[in-house]
Design a protein around this ligand. Structure first.
Ligand SMILES: C[S@@+](CC[C@H](N)C(=O)[O-])C[C@H]1O[C@@H](n2cnc3c(N)ncnc32)[C@H](O)[C@@H]1O
Length: 218
């Protein structure tokens, strides 16, 4: 199978919103707490988590369609009924995807090693934007967590700022030495092999914000 290393998320072929799955046909128990992994790539990280933690549902979102199809094939072969991979460009599909799920299930989000798009003219391709942060604020449950890893210091600072500029989030300010899932992602393994430092960010959805800020939500 030929899988591109990178795709341009701004390509207009990613503007289409695919039909949403029927969640009662996807998950054995659709009302379990949900862990969403954005940029799930091969899916191996979520496959291992779904095998370990039967009390959670897992959802991978990935823009490279062949990877999504292969990951769904693997999870079907393994008979995992708490895992699903969805193809799409997060900026386009995240909101309709979360709207389609049973209300209140989203409790954890991971974003592991988002593409840094170093060149200035490519930075608009980056995954974490104010709009994406606001979508997560709308659907993530109070005290829900977002765990982000990157080996790019400048990107980690931009990401922290994006969340701090949204009144619904606070960062948990202790340095995080380990990925606390006990399952490394594929990129994490290669970054560790290269001996590079990993910036790990834990963000929490606040319970309440003032009335005034609620009124300005979109
Ligand atoms: C550097 S890879 C990291 C993969 C994996 N999370 C890991 O840690 O091994 C970033 C992943 O995000 C996906 N991606 C990038 N932009 C995306 C977008 N806008 N929507 C969905 N997936 C995206 C890429 O296709 C790629 O699989």
């Amino acid at each position: 199978m030929r899988i591109h290393q990178h795709v341009n998320p701004l390509n207009k072929k990613y503007l289409v919103v695919p039909p949403m799955p029927k969640w009662s046909e996807v998950y054995a128990e659709p009302f379990l707490p949900l862990h969403l992994d954005i940029g799930s790539a091969s899916g191996r990280f979520l496959i291992q988590l779904a095998q370990k933690n039967k009390g959670w549902n897992y959802l991978g979102l990935e823009i490279r369609q062949p990877m999504v199809e292969r990951a769904n094939h693997w999870k079907n072969e393994m008979g995992l009924q708490n895992l699903y991979f969805f193809f799409g460009q997060a900026h386009v599909v995240l909101r309709p995807l979360l709207e389609s799920l049973p209300m209140g299930v989203l409790q954890y989000v991971t974003i592991n090693f988002p593409d840094p798009w170093f060149k200035r003219r490519h930075q608009k391709r980056r995954l974490i934007t104010p709009e994406l942060v606001q979508t997560l604020a709308t659907f993530l449950q109070p005290h829900g967590k977002i765990f982000i890893q990157t080996d790019v210091k400048e990107l980690s600072e931009d990401i922290k700022n994006s969340f701090m500029n949204n009144c619904h989030f606070q960062t948990v300010d202790t340095p995080i030495e380990q990925n606390h899932f006990g399952v490394p992602t594929e990129r994490e393994n290669s970054v560790i092999r290269l001996g590079r430092y990993i910036h790990r960010i834990l963000i929490e959805r606040k319970t309440e914000v003032s009335k005034e800020t609620h009124l300005t939500d979109n």
